[in-house]
Each structure stands twice: as C-alpha cells, then as structure tokens.
Design a binder for this molecule. Sequence first.
Ligand code: PHE
Ligand code: CO
Length: 285
Amino acid sequence: MTGETGHKLRGDYSRMRPDYTVDQEWDAYAPAQHELWRRLYRRQESLVPKYACPEFIEVLERLDFGAGIPRFDVTNEKLARATNWQLVAVPGLLPDLTFFEHLANRRFPVTVWLREPEEFDYIVEPDIFHDFFGHAPMLFNPVFADYMQAYGRGAIKAHALGAIEMLARLYWYTVEFGLIETPKGIRTYGAGILSSGGEIAYCVDSPNPNRIGFDLLRIMQTRYKIDTFQETYFVIRDFGQLFDATEPDFTPYYEQLRGREPHAPSAVLATDKVYHRGVAPQRAA
Ligand code: PHE
Ligand code: CO
C-alpha cells in the first residue's frame, strides 16, 4: 500500500480481509502502549473542556476510555445503541473507495497501531489515537452520524464523477478541521483538531488563522495544508446546517466548480462571512 503522495504506508496490510478490515488484537498491545495512550488522553482531556464542542465533551465523559487503549467491541455496543454506527479495525489509510464504502454503511475505519513516544506531538499518518479519540465520540451525535453516512454515499458518486478532490476538501474542513458556534463561543468538532495537542487551542485562540462562516461551494474550491496548522477554519452554526447544506445532489455543483482555479488556503473573499481575519505575519499571498 502507498499513500496519496506515494510513500510507503506504515500499517501491516498482509493479513486483512478484502474490505481491508482486520482484528483489533487488543491483547497484543504492550503495557508501554497503554501508558502512552493514557498520556495522550490526559493531555487532550485537559484541553477539551475549553475547546471542544459540548457534544464531544459529553460523550467523552460518558465513554470514559482514558484508562488505556480502548477495545473496539466495547465501544461498538454503545455506538450501536446510540446511532447504529460501528468502528472497524484497519491497518491504516485505505483506498478512497474502500473508505467511502465503509462510511456509506455506517462503519468507521479505525487504525490499529499507536504512534511511538517520539511522535507524541506529531504523526504523519493517522493512528489509533487520532481515529478513536478524534472521530469515535462524534459518531454518537445522531445528526453528525447521518452526515458521515451521507458523505460516504456522496463520495462514491463523486468518485464516479471525477470530483473527489472537491469533496475531499469538504471532509477536511468539516470532519477533520471544523469549528462550530456554541453558547460558550467558537469550539471545535473536527477530529484532526480534537486529537492534536497544539492545534486544539490554536484554532480557537490564535489570531493567526482566518475563521470564516461555513459555505459549501467556497469550501469545495479551497485548497488545504496537510503539514501545518490550518490557515483558515470554517465555522458552522450547528450540525443541522451541515446536514441541510449537503442534502442536495452535488452533481450541478461539481459542474459549476470544475475548471475553476481553487482558492489558496489563506484566502479571504469579499463574499466571506468573516468571524476573524487572520493576521499571520509570514503568510504568503
Ligand atoms: N448530497 C451530496 C451529493 O449528492 C452527498 C453528500 C452528503 C456529500 C453529505 C457530502 C456530505 O453528492
Ligand atoms: Co481523521
């Protein structure tokens, strides 16, 4: 398996089923790995009350998986009752279509390996801490859970239409790096932020990045950075807005956007609803 940039992927893809799932093999995790999980968990747990959306905080408290690397089967019983989603164990990143097929069937692929201690702050590929801590709690929210399935279905269609690049931007700026208005101010629901020790405070507190109102077509034509904190975050009012905006058939949207030059990650447009305009000094135009 190779990733999008062609580098060799880290997981063990030698023993998987045709749908890329594997057994979690929970008993094989070493005590030092459970200890590393606890350290990662404790750091995020201390940041979440100030920066995560209330829906995430509430589920995190209820699930109580800070004691060590969690068992997917235990979480799956609770998840089945809440939203009928399931976590499935996978070796790591998946081919696009395989990933979308899982989402379309309310299965969320979770990587089985955990980062090494030297990678405490930064990992190149998603590991079990990102996938589980960042994504699993949000799947307990009924509206968000339905959005994720709709995304999977829509992505299978977009794949056939050659429009995955546009739809991938939507995933990036919502599921991974989305912000949301709450009574306590702007918070995050994005898994890439929720599992990050640095970006979770940065996305809310830093004057550097732009914070702009959610705008579906605008997002689908905006590039993103994968190796630095985001230069722009998009803010939804609530999960209903996300679900409703993505309900229509996207085929005409893809037609409309195709061939247009995408916006830079740092761009602020005249049509944007600007919550905050970033002041990053060293930013390229
Ligand atoms: N409604 C979109 C379509 O027809 C699918 C979609 C749903 C995409 C939710 C993203 C998120 O393509
Ligand atoms: Co993720």
